[in-house]
Ligand binder design. Sequence first.
Ligand SMILES: NC(=O)c1ccc[n+]([C@@H]2O[C@H](COP(=O)([O-])OP(=O)(O)OC[C@H]3O[C@@H](n4cnc5c(N)ncnc54)[C@H](O)[C@@H]3O)[C@@H](O)[C@H]2O)c1
Length: 346
Amino acid sequence: MKILITGGAGFIGSAVVRQAVAAGHQVVNLDALTYAANLENVASVADAPGYVFEHADIRDRAALDRILRAHDPDAIMHLAAESHVDRSIDGPGAFVETNITGTYNLLEAARAHWLARGKPAGFRFHHISTDEVFGSLGPQGQFTETTPYDPRSPYSASKAASDHLVRAWHETYALPVILSNCSNNYGPFHFPEKLVPVVILKALAGQPIPIYGDGGNVRDWLYVEDHADALLTVLTRGEIGRSYNIGGENEATNLELVQTICAQMDELHPQGAPHADLISFVADRPGHDRRYAIDPTRIRTELGWRPSVTLEQGLRRTVDWYLTNRDWWQPLLDRDGVGTRLGAAE
Ligand SMILES: NC(=O)c1ccc[n+]([C@@H]2O[C@H](COP(=O)([O-])OP(=O)(O)OC[C@H]3O[C@@H](n4cnc5c(N)ncnc54)[C@H](O)[C@@H]3O)[C@@H](O)[C@H]2O)c1
C-alpha cells in the first residue's frame, strides 16, 4: 500500500514511518519541519525503496493538492499537529491553524483526490487523535469510544474540533475515514520538552526534576512502538467510520512514573544516585486534567491488538535509548522554548 503520512518527522509519526517501511509499504512522509520535527528520526529509512519526504505545510492547500496528485496514495495517516499542551496555553493560535484549519485542508484535498480517482473502495483517511478530547476522569471509570467529548485545554479542544470535522466528512461526503484516540506515548525519539525525556535528561544532568502540582495526575502510558503497531492495525483492519481507543493498560501517577525512571537511572547510570532526591514539585499547569484512562476493549476484541510491553519494560528501553543517543537529543535542547517553563500563564 502507498501511505501518505503527515507529521512523519515527529515523535509518533516517525515510528509509524519506520514500521510502515519495514512492513513493505511505500511511504510519502509529509512534514512542515516545525521545532518539534527531526529528520534524524527517519534517517534509518531515508534511502529505503518507496520512501519519499515532502516538505510541506498542511495549512497550504495547493501544496497538498500537488503532493496527492504527484504520489497518488492509497491511504492517508494524519498525525501532523501542534502537540504540546503547555505551548497551547501560551500560544493557542498555532493549534487552531494547524490542528483545525490544517485538518480541514487535508480533508478537502483528500476528498478531491478520492473523487478524482473514482472513489476507490480501499481508500482510507486515518485521523490520529488523543484521549485528551474526553476531558478529565475522577478516580474511577475509563474512556470508551462513546464517552462524550469534553476537551479542556486549547490543545485538546483543537484536536476535538479536528475529530468532529473528520466524522462530518464521513457522514456528509462518505469519505472513508477511521479515527483513533490514544493515551500518552513515550519512547525513543521523544522531543525533550515532554515529561519522560525531561525526567531522564534532568536526572542525567543532576538538575531538579520538575513535577507539576502534587504529582497525582494519572496517565495511561503507551510505548510509542506499540502505538505505531496499533495504528497500522487500525489502518489495515479497522472498520470505516469507526473509532478505536488505544491504551497501554499502564496507569500511573506522574509521581510513580518519575520514581520508576529515577530507580532505573540509579541502575543504568549510578552516578548521581539516588536520582529521586532531585524531584521538585512546581506550580501546576492551569486546567491540568486529573486522570485519563482508556478502555481498550474494542481494539482488543475486534482487531486482536494489545500492547506488547509493560510500562516498566518500555521505560527501561527508553532510559537506555536516551543514555546511548546523546547525539540525537543534545542539539534539540537549544531549540526555541526547550528547557523553560511553558504554559504557566495566568
Ligand atoms: N504524544 C502523545 O502522547 C500523543 C498521544 C495521542 C495522540 N497524539 C497525536 O499524535 C500525533 C503526533 O503526535 P507527536 O507526539 O508525534 O507530535 P510531535 O509534535 O512530535 O510531531 C508533530 C509533527 O507534525 C509536524 N507538523 C506540525 N505542524 C505541521 C503543519 N502545519 N504541517 C505539516 N506538518 C506539521 C511537525 O513538524 C512534527 O514533525 C498528533 O496528532 C497528536 O495529537 C499524541
